[in-house]
Every structure is written in structure tokens, then in C-alpha cells.
Design a protein around this ligand. Structure first.
Ligand SMILES: [Zn+2]
Length: 293
């Protein structure tokens, strides 16, 4: 909630969920129990073992009323051996990631779309049952709102799981990765499929960045402007935008035809200054690029 200067702070109580932060001196872990400043001790159900001593903990409650403790642990870099390979990535709706390697393409997970349909249903239910101003919300409204939160959470978890597994594979197989610098708009008017795709891209890009940082790989963020107008084979930009329905891009200058998204993925590589030679379906062009270290 944004606050104007001089305005009193106004936040409805039922909109807020409790969240408490403790720094190193405010908490202690002893025999698997979390002791907080003020003499509160909690039994923690661990989702995974802590890799090192935590420096912070945030204790919070989610929309479903469950309590969580989230620990901050300094990450240790785990460099991977060099592979000599690079990867270009184009984000999309049908395929979350189209890459310069067929083995690393990531189809859009269907659960996102199905969940989006169910979500729309719950949201309609909530709209119908929305309490009038000054009235207490009905049981049906809260039930729909709880179902919405539950579904959001499940989908987010599935998305993150898919994204992490894919990112791990990408990072293990490539030294440097060039990705479209995608910024989801989350427009209210965009289609359900587009919203689900945007969420999948956002989660996948975040997982890739995190995994690359952890394993000492380089990620280049590439400006996506005109990627469908540039030819990855000869570098010439066409005068007209390729219509979205056109799935194949054929270069009028050099005659090379390739699937539209594959062409864009290769353009990412070139724009990042990476050598696309050796990448599937691309022939080396122009002066030889410096060999990958
Ligand atoms: Zn061309």
C-alpha cells in the first residue's frame, strides 16, 4: 500500500498477515527448536537441512494460516567444470523457453493453464460473494478466498520445481547463457494463457539467475527489441515485423529459413557477443569470433 506524505497510516487489520524478523542476536537454534527473543520456543518442521548457520530468520503466516520460519543462510558458490558450450534462450507462451539446443527447450507446463481456469472460477465466486461496504464477509466468500490462495500456492510450487530442475540442467551444460530480458507486464486485460505464461517465464528466469550465480556461470540479459526481425544467420534486419501467426522466419537476404523462436534464441546469443558456431542449425558467419575460454 502506498502512503502519501502526512496521511495517517491506514491498513485494515484483516488485510495484514503477521511477519516477524529476527537477526542473529534475536534467535537461537537448539536441538531442532527455534528459540526467539522474548522467551518463545517453537518446534520447527524442517523442509530441508540448513547448509550453514543462519544469519536471519523471518517468522510469518501465509494466507492459509500456516506458520513458516524462513532462514537466511549465506550461499556458498559451487563452481562447475567448464563445458565450452553456450546457450541462447527466447521466452514464449507456447514454449516457456526455446533455446539454441533442442534438448534444453522447455514446453509450457499445462498445470499453469488448468490452474488459471480454476482460479478464474474462484475469482468469479469471490466477486459474486464480495461483502458490501461495512458488512462482514460471508463464509462462502472466505472459502473461495481460501481456495484461491491454496491454488496460487500449489501452482507457484509446481512452477518453481519445474523451473529449478530445468535451470539446473541448463547451468550444468553451458558456461554462458544469453537470455531475453523479459519483463512480465501482468496486464489485467491479457489472456489467461498469457498470464500463466508470464508467470512461468518469470519463475524460470529467476531460477536460472539463481542457479547461474550459485554455480559461477554467466547470464547475459539481452534487449529483446526486434529479435524476430533480425536474421541469426546473416545479421540483416528485415523491414517488417514477422506476424505472430508466422512460425517460420525466412531471411530475404540470405535465404535461411528457421523456426521463428529458434531464430530469436540465436539472435540472443549473437547480441550477447557469444559465438553461435557449433550451436544446432547455425553455420559460422563473418570473421571468426574469439574462441570460448
Ligand atoms: Zn539472413
Amino acid at each position: 500500500m502506498r502512503q502519501r506524505a502526512g496521511m495517517p497510516r491506514h491498513k485494515r487489520k484483516r488485510d495484514t498477515r503477521p511477519s516477524l524478523n529476527y537477526t542473529i542476536r534475536g534467535f537461537r537454534l537448539k536441538h531442532g527448536r527455534l528459540h526467539l527473543a522474548g522467551g518463545v520456543a517453537l518446534t520447527v518442521v524442517w523442509s530441508r537441512e540448513l547448509p550453514a548457520a543462519p544469519s536471519n530468520v523471518r517468522v510469518y503466516q501465509d494466507a492459509l494460516g500456516h506458520w513458516y520460519a524462513s532462514f537466511v543462510v549465506a550461499a556458498e558458490a559451487q563452481p562447475l567444470p567448464a563445458t565450452g558450450a553456450v546457450l541462447g534462450i527466447d521466452w514464449g507462451v507456447k514454449e516457456t523457453a526455446t533455446t539454441t539446443s533442442n534438448a534444453h527447450d522447455l514446453p509450457h507446463p499445462e498445470y499453469g493453464r488448468k490452474a488459471a481456469q480454476r482460479l478464474a472460477r474462484y475469482q468469479r465466486m469471490m466477486a459474486r460473494r464480495k461483502p458490501l461496504k461495512g458488512q462482514v464477509a460471508s463464509k462462502g466468500y472466505w472459502e473461495a478466498s481460501r481456495q484461491t490462495a491454496k491454488l496460487h500456492k500449489k501452482t507457484a510450487r509446481q512452477r518453481q520445481d519445474t523451473a529449478r530442475k530445468w535451470a539446473k540442467r541448463v547451468v550444468a551444460d553451458h558456461d554462458a547463457i544469453a537470455v531475453e530480458d523479459f519483463k512480465p507486464k501482468f496486464l489485467a486485460r491479457s489472456t489467461m494463457a498469457r498470464k500463466a505464461a508470464d508467470a512461468a517465464i518469470g519463475a524460470t528466469k529467476a531460477a536460472l539467475n539463481e542457479m547461474a550465480r550459485k554455480h559461477g556461470r554467466i547470464v547475459y540479459l539481452v534487449d529483446p527489441k526486434h529479435t524476430t526481425m533480425d536474421c541469426a544467420a546473416c545479421g540483416v534486419r528485415t523491414k517488417h515485423r514477422l506476424p505472430l501467426s508466422e512460425r517460420t522466419s525466412t531471411c530475404t537476404t540470405c535465404g535461411v529459413a528457421s523456426p521463428r523462436d529458434k531464430n530469436s534464441a540465436r539472435v540472443m546469443l549473437i547480441r550477447a557477443g557469444l559465438n553461435p558456431a557449433g550451436v544446432e542449425g547455425v553455420r559460422p558467419l563473418g570473421p571468426p569470433a574469439p574462441a570460448a575460454a
